[in-house]
Design a protein around this ligand. Structure first.
Ligand code: UDP
Length: 315
């Protein structure tokens, strides 16, 4: 297929673009490089630096769009909500209009567990209430709502994948954020010597050891789900799938696995909660397993951390 990957210079987008090229697809990456890296665009993909608001000729002859380009920092979204609404919702609506004009009728969208907010139960199902607690999650949920409407009114075919905690690396493709907020890369930066210690945000949650529990999914497993979703997109329908490994690990458990993998003592400083963190977020991925035949191939936290460490340290 001829495909447009927006945000294909970012972490998840570059891994998906690489897998698409490997599968023989013709890939164009559209990325404004506001947070991505040009050298993360895989060999064999065409790269266009630009905005999703003006995709122009990048949509010519395209069979489907895989849409990753977005702002994705929760804290920044609280400080500057307009940025999130305009980029994530406004930008996507402009992209959808441009797709409509060009007759491109299929999209796979990078959605998020942040659309659920504070869950009532665990694991989370796709049918559970969506009550995002920050503008990042709200803007992503608004796109999901628009996709449902466009599927019904315009015959668009859409699949939204709601990611839980993505980690690990795929070959040379790894997480490289200028502002790193995620747990695993921050813990590993202590082992490389870039940081002196890691902060544990909150030790009084109602979990087994008092720290937050998350569901970590390997980026290669997550990326593979996009290729399945692409095959499954049906015009006139919008399907939503959660994507996690189905098991929860506490912050302390993650740090301890990172210590084992790196052989570094990794000092941890216990601190207060970070605003807006739910105690536990674990996905039910039963729907995507059932309907698309997806299964995590590297669900073990140790493998996820080992691959992230190998890419980061060159070991
Ligand atoms: N966390 C932490 N220290 C850090 C970064 C994150 O204790 O330096 C915690 C955070 O509060 C959350 C969990 O680790 O409970 C996962 O956070 P992350 O930012 O990786 O993903 P999120 O679940 O927020 O999407």
């Amino acid at each position: 297929m001829r495909l447009l990957v927006t945000g294909g210079a970012g972490y998840v987008g570059s891994v998906v673009a690489a897998q698409l090229v490997e599968a023989g697809h013709e890939v164009t990456v559209l990325d404004d490089l506001s947070t991505g890296h040009a050298d993360a665009v895989p060999e064999g993909a065409r790269f266009v630096q630009g905005s999703i608001s003006e995709p122009g000729d990048t949509l010519a002859g395209v069979d489907a769009v895989l849409h990753f380009a977005a702002k994705s920092l929760v804290g920044e979204s609280v400080a500057d909500p307009g940025l999130y609404w305009s980029h994530n919702l406004g930008g996507t609506l402009a992209l959808l209009e441009a797709m409509h004009e060009r007759g491109v009728r299929r999209i796979v969208f990078s959605s998020t567990a942040a659309t659920y907010g504070e869950p009532e139960r665990s694991p989370i199902l796709e049918t559970d209430p969506t009550r995002p607690t920050n503008p990042y999650g709200a803007s992503k949920l608004a796109v999901d709502t628009a996709l449902t409407a466009y599927a019904g009114l315009r015959g668009l075919g859409a699949v939204s994948l709601r990611y839980f905690n993505v980690a690990g690396a795929y070959g040379r493709y790894r997480e490289r954020h200028a502002i790193e907020t995620h747990l695993i890369p921050n813990v590993l930066k202590v082992a490389t010597g870039e940081r002196e210690s890691v902060s544990v945000f909150g030790t009084d949650y109602p979990t087994s050891d008092g720290t937050c529990v998350r569901d970590y999914i390997h980026v290669a497993d997550l990326a593979r789900a996009h290729l399945l979703a692409l095959e499954a997109v049906t015009e006139g329908a919008h399907a939503i799938y959660n994507l996690g490994s189905g098991a929860g690990f506490s912050v302390q458990e993650v740090i301890s696995v990172c210590r084992e993998v790196t052989g570094h003592e990794i000092p941890a400083v216990l601190g207060p909660r970070r605003d807006g963190d739910p105690a536990e977020l674990v996905a039910s991925s039963a729907k995507i397993q059932r309907e698309l035949g997806w299964k995590a191939e590297r669900p073990a936290l140790r493998d996820i951390v080992s691959d992230a460490w190998a890419a980061l340290s060159g070991k």
